[in-house]
Design a protein around this ligand. Sequence first.
Ligand SMILES: N[C@@H](CCC(=O)N[C@@H](CS)C(=O)NCC(=O)O)C(=O)O
Length: 214
Amino acid sequence: MKLSLYFAPMACSVVPYLNLTEAGAEFDVVVVNHRKGQHMTPEYLKLNPKHKVPVLVIDDEPLTENVAIQIWIARNFPNAKLLPSDPMQEIKAIALMAWCASGIHPFLTPNMLPQRYCDLPGSEESVRRCAQKILLENYQIADELLAGREWFFDHFTAPDAYFFWCFRRGIFFNVDVSPFKNCLAHFERMKQRPSVQKLSAYEEKVLEEFAKAA
Ligand SMILES: N[C@@H](CCC(=O)N[C@@H](CS)C(=O)NCC(=O)O)C(=O)O
């Protein structure tokens, strides 16, 4: 089976990068440079008309949408136990990933692209402020879910990688995450994982190449 991950550094394609790595999967990475508009080329739009990363191409079959991609990885690499084995816990893990995708991610993007949400002149800061308010509510919920635990379930699972990305992106956008002690501890635990260390080294290399090409 040949796997190719279309990936942009810092973007949510980090999530399948981490889970494929956790699964011990062999995969190629195809780097997409958003700043150069590589997600808008006719070839890329054929792969994903929604012009987004990630795309996981599985033996020539493109799969989009992070939640589906993580479930595919978990099903195809069962030894990695990326979803809990108990059926109710498994569905709750999928619910957590759906929340990351539809409840948290949409309030991260306005921090980078406020003009996509409101075209009134001077509205950027207001868009960011409104998005950040909802982010804080969501981080509070995650903080409560993580109270007294290392991971969202009784061992590392795919939602841990997804939430890690959601939290890291907020930190990058200077959201004040200091009240969320359990999320911060989870973030630190994630940083100890070899998958995250491999990702960070890889992102650094790709960002250096982007800077040279700019
Ligand atoms: N619903 C998609 C969202 C993916 C997404 O928003 N990707 C962003 C990067 S974090 C992207 O590629 N944006 C480019 C664009 O919107 O043009 C998923 O969950 O996979």
